[in-house]
Design a binder for this molecule. Structure first.
Ligand SMILES: *Cc1c(COP(=O)(O)O)cnc(C)c1O
Length: 386
């Protein structure tokens, strides 16, 4: 079965009892038991399970090509469940341009429990090999493409090195989505998603998931959800089940518009650099081409402007809304240094090349001409000021 058919049919079967083509929302916290601890369908309390979780998990596992998925209250909820499987003294190696919220989760919360985070540049195999040998981590965690610099990390290269050292590989696949990239098929052990983004696709809910082939890990993730209270709401899962049906269509349009935006920005003199993995000028274009079927809808650009002018620019668009988050049908613009990545210390931001001039565009699925006109108007205004 191909991607779109899976998205519409797996975990989305008509309700057996009523024939309802769309499975209902099970808004219940608890379930009647036939005798003490004798469960009719395996459910006892919604913190540990709900038919809407199960339906969605079947869909998401199928889309990632994995055996199991567990859904959570948010992407960071999923990350919390993952980290809760570790113990004091364990080390994690992560890519040095980690999502700000993930970084904060480690440095502000889990560092207090003795879990060590080590940031490393994961683009060179020799450096990765050395970091693995020296630090004996339990996991290697990275995003690809990364947020917001859209760097590409070679999944099969990292997974092969990690396996050699008995280290597990976790890939945050939020930016690519399973439509463009399936990290499990390249050797990753776990895939994480902030389902809030493209999977949800409409900026109307928060959720996350972990996908794996390992049934032992699946059991640990389910347990963490129950024990830590990281469950999503049945309604949000139902919304997600609805949203993923159109993921393929949306991603094609996001990409078509993103390519147009990337090309538009490349041609402007006040733009110093455009970051989009689908541009042949991208330093890891070859790796992107190898491991992705497409390049997604996120475009970042570094502007040759003062901080004050960049802040004015991002506030001046009318179709691109100034807001955090990404992956929805509507186009958003973000100033990482003062918004999504403000929790990363300035020194570290500088080290990874995240400057005050960087602007991130989540290119939506509006009409392309309207998006380009909006950008044209905003950029022309700034060019006049200069
Ligand atoms: C948003 C995001 C997260 C966190 O997910 P939430 O659903 O906001 O908790 C993690 N990783 C990436 C790449 C993200 O963009």
């Amino acid at each position: 079965m191909k991607f779109s058919t899976k998205a519409i049919h797996i975990g989305q079967e008509p309700d057996k009892e009523t024939g309802a083509v769309v499975p209902p929302i099970y808004l219940t916290s608890t379930y009647q038991q036939d005798a003490p601890a004798v469960l009719r369908a395996g459910y006892d309390y919604t913190r540990s399970g709900n038919p809407n979780f199960t339906n969605l998990e079947r869909t998401l596992a199928a889309l990632e090509g994995g055996a199991h998925a567990t859904v959570f209250s948010s992407g960071l909820g999923a990350m919390t469940a993952l980290i809760s499987t570790l113990k004091a003294g364990d080390t994690i190696i992560a890519a040095d341009d980690l999502y700000g919220g993930t970084y904060r989760l480690f440095t502000e919360i889990f560092s207090k429990f003795g879990i060590k985070l080590l940031l490393a540049d994961l683009s060179h195999s020799s450096a990765v090999e050395e970091a693995l040998a020296r630090n004996k981590p339990v996991w290697v965690i990275f995003e690809t493409p990364t947020n917001p610099l859209l760097r590409i990390i070679d999944i099969s290269m990292i997974a092969a090195l990690a396996r050699k050292h008995s280290v597990r590989t976790v890939v945050d696949n939020t930016f690519a989505t399973p439509y463009w990239q399936n990290p499990l098929s390249r050797g990753a052990d776990v895939v994480l998603h902030s389902a809030t983004k493209y999977l949800g696709g409409h900026s109307d809910m928060i959720s996350g998931t972990l996908v794996t082939d390992d049934s032992g890990l699946k059991a640990q993730f389910d347990f963490a959800r129950k024990a830590l209270g990281l469950n999503p709401s049945p309604f949000d899962c139902w919304l997600l089940s609805r949203s993923v049906k159109t993921l393929a269509l949306r991603m094609e349009k996001h990409q078509e518009n993103a390519i147009a935006v990337a090309q538009f920005l490349t041609a402007r003199p006040i733009v110093k650099k455009v970051y989009y993995p689908g541009l042949t000028a991208h330093p890891a274009y070859k790796t992107a081409k190898k491991q992705m079927r497409g390049f997604g809808g996120m475009v970042s650009a570094e502007f040759n402007l003062t901080l004050e002018h960049v802040r004015r620019l991002v506030s001046s668009f009318s179709v691109f809304t100034l807001a955090e988050s990404l992956g929805g049908v509507e186009s958003l613009v973000d100033h990482p240094a003062s918004m999504t990545h403000a929790s990363i210390p300035q020194e570290e931001r500088k080290q990874i090349g995240l400057s005050h001039g960087l602007v991130r565009f989540s290119v939506g699925i509006e009409d392309k001409a309207d998006l380009l006109e909006d950008l044209e108007r905003g950029l022309r205004r700034m060019e006049r000021v200069l």
